[in-house]
Write a protein that binds this ligand. Sequence first.
Ligand code: ZN
Length: 416
Amino acid sequence: MISWPAPFIPEVPGTGHPPQLFDTSTGAVRAVNPGPTARMYVCGITPYDATHLGHAATYVTFDVLQRALRDAGHDVVYVQNITDVDDPLLERAHRDGVDWQDLAADEIALFREDMTALGVIPPDHYVGVVESIDAVAEAVRDLLASGAAYPVDTPESEAGHDLYLDVSREPGFGSVSNWSREQMMAVFADRGGDPDRAGKRDPLDPLLWRAARDGEPSWAVEGLPAGRPGWHIECTAIALDRLGMAFDVQGGGSDLIFPHHEMSATQGVLLTGERPFARTYAHQAMVGLDGAKMSKSKGNLVLVSKLRADGVDPMAIRLALLDQHYRTEWSWTPDLLTTAQDRLDSWRAALSVNAGPPVDEVVARLRSCVADDLDTPGALRAVDRWAQECQRRGGSDAGSPGVLARTLDALLGVRV
Ligand code: ZN
């Protein structure tokens, strides 16, 4: 699938520090430590509604990680999926009386526009489920052949059965989230699971392949009932296809820790006999509005496209997101946008002069902040201090504002 236009990334003198990142699986901040080419997979959208600020926070966070990896001298291969066939999309299309493919195409187009406006580097592989049916089907067949998948009777389908994963086949199940069974059971139904489905070996076993029902899209593939992929196997198949096992970072919102990332990893291990699936699992904290998590199901969304349509500078949106640490939950308020716009104005004024205070220190500080578990708020404060100094006392370092402007662009994706 086509992604979106890549922003220009300026050169910055010198080299950045090796990034450190909090890994959910081990519960510690650790060096990402990739080889010459870092391999990164960030779970993409289900295209049934427009990009809200929670999504934007996730993609901007992992965009900063990619920029930090590049600054530290790595190439990056970045994969993102699109869940372009799944229950929520089909339900929304049905509710609104539109074709599910048209709905998906419209929302993907809007997502591309939002990402372009926010200056997010596009994935090298932007992969939809619909274009990955063969890879997913092959993974499901392999799981069946090894005994890790099993049929569950489905009277409402002509095929007679859906296919589920037997999580008990992987002793390491639970090692991504480190959650207790009680914690898993508490959220499973809310996050796409079906613990009450009759005929499963374990209530937590996830759907791998859903046999065709009347009125639902389905694909005829060899060795499986006509049907469509479950959610988690899609990311396993796409990640293995494009990156292989033990890729460097799997990212997403913290609501993906369980079951999505746990199940994706379990399937990867069962398919390959190797572990780990990803070497680091990183998660963006939830963004709230009026005291509740911002989510489609709650209907309390602040949409990037709506803000843009209202004339908000996308760089102010990006700055508002960067002003929050990715691991800390926060709530959106209009004040955050005002603060971000004021900051952007002050930076623009300071960086528009021909000579300013020296920037070596602030460039070094920016680099150490982003490499330190993506401390973007710390990076912003360092630029604030320089901008204040520049406006109060000026400076005689010719070209220093230009160097800092390029550094901001390269490391934080902020174009002043
Ligand atoms: Zn995923």
